[in-house]
Design a protein around this ligand. Sequence first.
Ligand SMILES: NC(=O)c1ccc[n+]([C@@H]2O[C@H](COP(=O)([O-])OP(=O)(O)OC[C@H]3O[C@@H](n4cnc5c(N)ncnc54)[C@H](OP(=O)(O)O)[C@@H]3O)[C@@H](O)[C@H]2O)c1
Length: 186
Amino acid sequence: MMSVVIVTGATGATGRATCAALVAAGHRVAAVDRDAEGLAAVAAEVASDALTTHTCDLTDPSATRAAVDEVRTAHGRIDGLVHLVGGWRGGKAFTDNVDADWAVLSALLIDTLRHVTLAVHDDLVASPAGRAVIISAASVASPTAGNANYVAAKAAAEAWIAALADSFRAEQSGRKRTPVHRPPQP
Ligand SMILES: NC(=O)c1ccc[n+]([C@@H]2O[C@H](COP(=O)([O-])OP(=O)(O)OC[C@H]3O[C@@H](n4cnc5c(N)ncnc54)[C@H](OP(=O)(O)O)[C@@H]3O)[C@@H](O)[C@H]2O)c1
């Protein structure tokens, strides 16, 4: 079945390959990145009407919603999300995990994922084959001292995508949502 897939971080190495592979497999692709020139290069590489490009800084929630609206208008629906925005900061010692690096990593690895999944959630639920994908890091399972900021951000991204999966399950089964942690009764 032909699907409409958003690929974020589309101008990175993984993003370019993903866009090309999805179009070659017969899908429509909305390539999203903050790098307009890079997006033009992806469009030239893929050279297909099945791919549209959308310049957006995904750390901005309003801009993200606007970009997703643009994709919906261009393609009529959204069935999939391949979220590939990355970034790395780190050091050797635990104390190398400074706040400035956490600010960058939490924006790139957590905030962009939060913004784009919140914007596409209802589209993916409405799709007969909704899917959302991230790439985490093997180091989440075996953190090292100098990589604490990075693995913590990737672990948060994993937790967020697991919560999205729970929402898909809930929507599919029509299960009534109840809070897992109830406030103490007076
Ligand atoms: N490469 C690795 O060795 C490795 C290892 C483990 C996991 N991963 C994960 O695999 C995925 C893909 O990796 P990658 O190396 O292809 O990623 P990447 O090059 O770090 O990022 C992909 C693209 O996202 C763009 N981007 C960054 N911030 C953005 C923003 N705020 N809004 C929109 N676009 C933004 C980047 O643009 P700029 O060029 O302007 O920054 C870049 O072109 C990432 O999730 C990464 O964490 C990669």
